[in-house]
Design a protein around this ligand. Structure first.
Ligand code: OOG
Ligand code: MG
Length: 260
């Protein structure tokens, strides 16, 4: 494929996101597309967003829990990028700005020190972490029926759309993050539960994996201040108007959204 074709594919999923419409998977047209090419397309897509005047504020890891890998039919974790305008406040969330959004409960890290792959470990991550933050991610694949292959979802910035941070900031030093639990309540009923151990055995491993993948794919470093969403603890849940969603995290407080 040519550089011009990669550019066109970067524009294609971005335009679909901006116009709230579904598109066919890129692999329908380019069945030989690889995951590595998907990351090239994702990087070009990032540049288009930066050219609009936006700012990169973090990264997200996806498919880090078994529940998510099953739901996506994915064998391995992948990463995407978060921009300042993806952050939405707690409170009301209007459905009309999405295609077919789903909600995920996630543990978000904020770094205080840089992390550089390719050999970052869990202890490295813990000593570089400033805070962990309770959060929701709202994913919204640009593909028809929320169906995709690995190269498709990577090209589409792994369905990134919006995120919401809760109020608490906790220094995880000395905490056992494998035991950090999250319970999702929909309209007061508990619907899903997961613990940190679901995230590659330890949520900090998702951050380590990100640092290593970013180095491998793009020779990039994670800078201090950057946010890292470590992946949904449970399967993602489709959003519907009227829902009141609340995830209670042990040791981290809660996050709430009312869908309007
Ligand atoms: C890809 C994004 C997955 C997560 O937390 O696992 C993700 C998707 O499922 O559309 O954000
Ligand atoms: Mg996610």
């Amino acid at each position: 494929m040519t550089q011009q074709q990669y550019q066109e594919l970067a524009r294609r999923t971005l335009a679909a996101q901006e116009e709230n419409r579904e598109i066919p998977m890129l692999t329908r047209e380019f069945p030989a597309l690889t995951r590595a090419e998907g990351y090239q397309i994702q990087a070009l897509r990032e540049q288009l967003v930066l050219d609009q005047g936006h700012r990169l504020v973090g990264y997200k890891m996806g498919a880090t829990s078994l529940a998510k890998r099953r739901q996506m039919g994915s064998k391995m974790p992948s990463y995407g990028r978060l921009f300042e305008h993806y952050q939405l406040p707690e409170g009301e969330l209007a459905l009309d700005r999405f295609i077919h959004p789903k909600l995920e409960s996630e543990i978000t890290f904020q770094l205080g020190k840089p992390l550089k792959g390719p050999f970052v470990t869990v202890p490295d991550v813990l000593s570089a972490t400033r805070y962990i933050i309770p959060s929701f991610e709202i994913i919204d694949s640009r593909y028809e029926g929320f169906q995709f292959t690995g190269p498709d979802v990577v090209s589409d910035n792994i369905s990134a759309s919006s995120f919401v941070l809760g109020q608490q900031r906790v220094d995880p030093y000395g905490m056992d993050l494998t035991q950090l639990g999250a319970t999702l309540y929909i309209d007061g009923e508990d619907m899903a539960y997961g613990t940190g151990s679901e995230i590659l055995g330890h949520p900090a491993r998702a951050v380590a994996e990100l640092a290593n993948l970013l180095w491998e794919q793009e020779r990039r470093i994670l800078e201090p201040g950057i946010l890292i969403m470590t992946g949904s603890l449970t399967a993602a849940t489709a959003l519907q108007r009227g829902q009141r969603l609340k995830t209670v995290f042990s040791m981290l407080g809660s996050v709430e959204l009312h869908i309007i």
